[in-house]
Design a binder for this molecule. Structure first.
Ligand SMILES: C[S@@+](CC[C@H](N)C(=O)[O-])C[C@H]1O[C@@H](n2cnc3c(N)ncnc32)[C@H](O)[C@@H]1O
Length: 363
């Protein structure tokens, strides 16, 4: 791929290229390519690896153009400017700053594409050791130049900021890109929500619900009542309790003792269909993380939220995908939820989702 990124010190404009990049979970690439590439979309396929894809379109007005690929399975996206190859970190860091230092970015995100599938041998997308090494080298090099952006390496960037992306595609193979922060998840390095979980994290669903809340902006407040279907062993309930909610978990399986013992938690040890619909009346938020087929989840939730005494303000549903072809049903799922009276209905495959996506809905 040709590079239009002729770097110049002194503040000259960086030339945009016709290439964009996106990252997604391993396995989502064919769905995205089909949606974004000709004949359905405006792009043609360029360089690609599992979880990292570049596409060729038209040359944008500048490297901060907001015209970028999107969709629920795109975790992060941006303009692809240049590929950098080499065995050592230091010379490439120098090259990045020589060629892109004068560009008007407000911060840098350094991150690695997923090397394997999410969940494989415990893998979670996050800041890998190598991306931390490169981030540290960039911070140091910026400090030496007395560049105040040294404090903005791998920062949580607010909407409106301009981010230089350093993507570690492989150990010896990086890409440099740019993206404007247009929505909340664009502000996270690689589109991956990151937080330090508690030492006694009950299950990885803790991270999943934390990311779902951060992405969706669902306005949960201390004192609110939430119910989760498919709550065992209890990572999601643990997070909701931490946030000060009253939480009811519905699951025939056991809850972790520390969740069960919490004074604001109660366990209805049953399958969702066994719970009388009128008992859902006190709840403001409904979470569902049951390991069942999408239609079963939607049938169950529909029968609860459309019951006359229910008054849910919002939903966070994990929709499991037994195979990637089920992504074709996503728009139908969203329309179905809108049909229950929710106006803001969105979907995203969260970084902490496995082969599943998160559907968020608000009145
Ligand atoms: C992925 S686990 C849930 C993880 C959980 N959210 C956490 O925070 O640790 C899926 C759970 O769904 C439960 N489940 C499956 N079908 C269900 C149903 N119809 N009603 C309630 N729970 C169900 C299973 O028993 C299982 O514990």
């Amino acid at each position: 791929m040709a590079s239009g990124a002729a770097g110049r010190e002194g503040g000259a404009l960086q030339a945009p290229t016709p290439f964009v990049f996106f990252v997604c979970q391993h396995g989502a690439e064919p769905t995205l390519k089909a949606a974004l590439c000709e004949p359905a979309g405006p792009y043609r396929l360029a360089f690609s690896r599992d979880g990292f894809v570049t596409l060729k379109g038209t040359v944008p007005a500048d490297v901060w153009s907001k015209d970028l690929p999107g969709g629920p399975f795109v975790r992060a996206r941006g303009h692809a400017l240049k590929r950098l190859d080499g065995p050592d970190i230091a010379p490439r860091v120098e090259q990045v700053l020589a060629e892109f230092g004068s560009l008007d970015w407000t911060g840098i995100h350094v991150w690695q594409r997923d090397p394997v599938e999410v969940g494989w041998r415990g893998f979670e997308p996050d800041h890998s050791v190598s991306s931390r090494e490169v981030a540290a080298a960039l911070t140091q090099a910026l400090q030496l130049r007395q560049d105040p952006r040294a404090a903005k390496v791998n920062f949580d960037a607010p909407i409106g900021q301009r981010v230089l992306d350093i993507i570690l595609v492989d150990r010896e193979h990086w890409w440099v890109g740019t993206h404007p922060v247009q929505e909340r998840a664009d502000g996270w390095p690689g589109g991956t929500f990151s937080m330090e979980p508690p030492a006694n994290m009950v299950s990885r669903a803790y991270l999943k619900i934390a990311e779902a809340l951060a992405w969706s902006g669902l306005p949960v407040r201390p004192g609110d009542h939430a119910v989760e279907i498919g709550s065992s062993p209890g990572g999601a309930c643990q997070r909701l309790l931490e946030l000060g909610l009253h939480v009811t978990g519905i699951d025939p399986a056991e809850m972790a003792p520390e969740v069960l013992a919490h004074p604001r938690f109660q366990h209805w040890r049953a399958r969702s269909l066994q719970v009388k619909r009128r008992l859902f009346q006190p709840f403001r938020w409904l979470m569902c993380d049951a390991n069942v087929a999408p239609e079963y989840t939607l049938d169950t939730v529909e029968s609860i939220v459309t019951y006359p005494t229910s008054q849910f303000a919002g939903l966070l549903l994990t929709i499991k995908l037994s195979d990637w072809h089920q992504t074709r049903d996503l728009d139908r799922h969203l329309d179905r939820v809108r049909g229950w009276g929710f106006t803001k209905v969105t979907a995203r495959q969260l970084a902490h989702n496995r082969r599943e996506y998160c559907l968020a809905a608000r009145r």
